[in-house]
Design a protein around this ligand. Structure first.
Ligand code: APR
Length: 189
């Protein structure tokens, strides 16, 4: 089965998918941007489960590039997969680009383990963490395209939800340049 990879301009908290991926920080205790929106709209259940994760497996926080799942609370999704993106830092580009790719690979692995069929991603690290959007798009699209051709082949859709027309346009342009199969584009959700 070919996994559809789609680009949507909109708000990730409104996506009707099995898994919504959160651009979290290692504390898992919330923040701004996507993290703030997911906790605000998803409600306290998400934070309660994050706290339990911290108390059990992740005492010192979730490492960059890794992913864990919780309930989606009041969101129109079944689960939230929290992943911690790298902060952009030119000097350590190579290592950190690998960590950003790992966010997508690990989130898809966790989603597939949950039995999810549809997953929505934000542009991880491209906000507060300062990753240049075009490069974030290249890493995101390239990693997802490679992963759905392999371990995550049972997913029916991976949706990139971009906040605002500029972000959508950048992803679309990178996607076109990469000429990756299975691409569908949707406009405003
Ligand atoms: N839906 C979709 N995309 C969104 C939304 C939303 N509701 N809100 C913000 N974005 C976009 C941003 O415009 C950016 O392109 O998601 C991308 C990621 O931005 P951030 O949420 O700032 O995530 P990140 O750059 O990974 O920084 C993570 O920010 O919110 C804190 O707790 C979080 O410390 C962590 C850090």
């Amino acid at each position: 089965m070919v996994t559809r990879i789609t680009l949507v301009e909109g708000d990730i908290t409104e996506q009707q998918v099995d898994v919504v991926v959160n651009a979290a920080n290692s504390s898992l205790l919330g923040g701004g941007g996507v993290d703030g929106a997911i906790h605000r709209k998803g409600g306290p259940q998400i934070l309660e489960e994050c706290r339990r994760l911290r108390a059990s497996h992740w005492g010192s926080g979730l490492p960059t590039g890794q992913a864990v799942s919780t309930t989606a609370g009041r969101l129109p999704a079944r689960w939230v997969v929290h992943t911690v993106g790298p902060v952009y830092w030119e000097d350590e580009y190579e290592d950190r680009a690998g960590q950003l790719a790992s966010c997508y690979r690990e989130s898809l692995r966790v989603a597939a383990e949950l039995g999810a069929r549809t997953v929505a991603f934000p542009a991880v690290s491209a906000g507060v963490y300062g990753w240049p959007l075009e490069d974030a798009a290249r890493i995101a699209l390239g990693t997802v395209a490679a992963t759905v051709a392999g371990p995550a082949r049972d997913l029916t859709e991976v949706r990139f939800v971009l906040f605002g027309t500029a972000a959508y346009g950048t992803f679309e342009q990178v996607w076109r340049e990469m000429g990756v199969e299975g691409e569908e584009r949707q406009g405003q959700e």
